[in-house]
Design a protein around this ligand. Structure first.
Ligand code: PEP
Ligand code: MN
Length: 299
């Protein structure tokens, strides 16, 4: 890695790639994130009803998803908007996991809720609005669950890496970084998808990096193209909002894919993921050849 990146992100030494730590893989149930497999997390913004979460879980599982997303504790901009079902929502997610075998990722908003959410979730999501809530990060780290760390609305890459460093420093190496769009002067879309940040993070950090095209754009019709860009940017996976009836969603309906749109996106992504896998295999081959060459040279 270029020396200047090491210097620039010197405050977050443990998240940077090194010879000893080229890539972290995060184990979830019986698979890994960051190990080459492109992992899709999908589901509604909020857990609304048993029927909604079950139907979505069954559908996204059939489409190749490994992880079900869904908020039980929702960070809403308005105090009058739906705040999530809390414990009831967690229980619905647990029943969906039981029925489908999908892993669960769900947001934890408060330090006091960490033990409860960790009991139900396979991955704890730290939302954008909490990226720099350091006591929450420390509590999430101590839970021992993998942490999905979403980039803050106005956080730089250095800020994101510092927050990841906090989780690592509290003894939890299983952090997944998530680019979910940032605030810029552009208002046509909900956020600005910072695809360069994905490229940079993949280059400098050993942590898995995923993209959230739903919050990055705020428009369901833009989500598939942004997902394709995330694959091409070498992301390790996606987190995407899917709802049986987006028009009736209790939150983020305008950016949620319905089932046919989700299926079409997954089918469209297939050849792009295959190309990515081929490229990764070539890269591994080249690395092995280089290692052999070095070994021959020292013999
Ligand atoms: C979400 O995933 O539903 C969410 C609230 O995301 P973010 O924290 O990125 O806004
Ligand atoms: Mn949402």
């Amino acid at each position: 890695m270029c020396e200047s990146w090491q210097e620039r992100f010197a405050e977050s030494p443990d998240v940077l790639k090194s010879a000893e730590r080229p890539q972290t893989t995060v184990q979830v149930l019986d698979f890994e994130i960051g190990g080459g497999l492109f992992v899709t997390m999908a589901g509604p913004c909020s857990v609304e009803t048993e029927q909604q979460i079950m139907a979505t879980a069954e559908h996204v599982r059939r489409g190749g998803t490994r992880i079900l997303r869904g908020g039980a504790f929702k960070p809403r901009s308005s105090p009058y908007a739906f705040q999530g079902h809390g414990l009831e929502g967690l229980k619905m997610l647990a029943r969906a996991r039981e029925a489908t075998g999908l892993a669960i990722v769900t947001e934890v908003m408060a330090e006091d809720d960490v033990p409860l959410v960790a009991e139900y979730a396979d991955i704890l999501q730290i939302g954008s609005r909490n990226m720099e809530n350091f006591s929450l990060l420390a509590a999430a780290a101590r839970s021992g669950r993998p942490v999905l760390l979403k980039r803050g609305l106005v956080a730089t890459v250095a800020d994101l890496l510092r927050s990841a460093q906090v989780v690592l420093a509290h003894g939890n190496p299983n952090v997944i970084l998530c680019e979910r769009g940032i605030r810029t002067f552009e208002t046509a879309m909900r956020n600005t998808f910072d695809v360069a940040a994905i490229t940079l993070l993949k280059q400098i950090s050993h942590l898995p990096v995923i993209a959230d095209p739903s919050h990055a754009s705020g428009h369901s019709d833009l989500v598939p193209a942004l997902a394709r860009i995330a694959v091409a940017a070498n992301a390790d996976g996606l987190i995407v909002e899917v709802h049986p009836c987006p028009a009736k969603a209790w939150s983020d309906g305008e950016q949620s894919l319905d089932f046919p749109a989700f299926d079409a996106m997954m089918a469209m992504l297939d050849p792009w993921i295959a190309l990515r896998d081929l490229e990764l295999a070539h890269h591994c081959d080249r690395q092995q050849q280089e290692e052999l060459r070095v070994m021959e040279a020292v013999r």
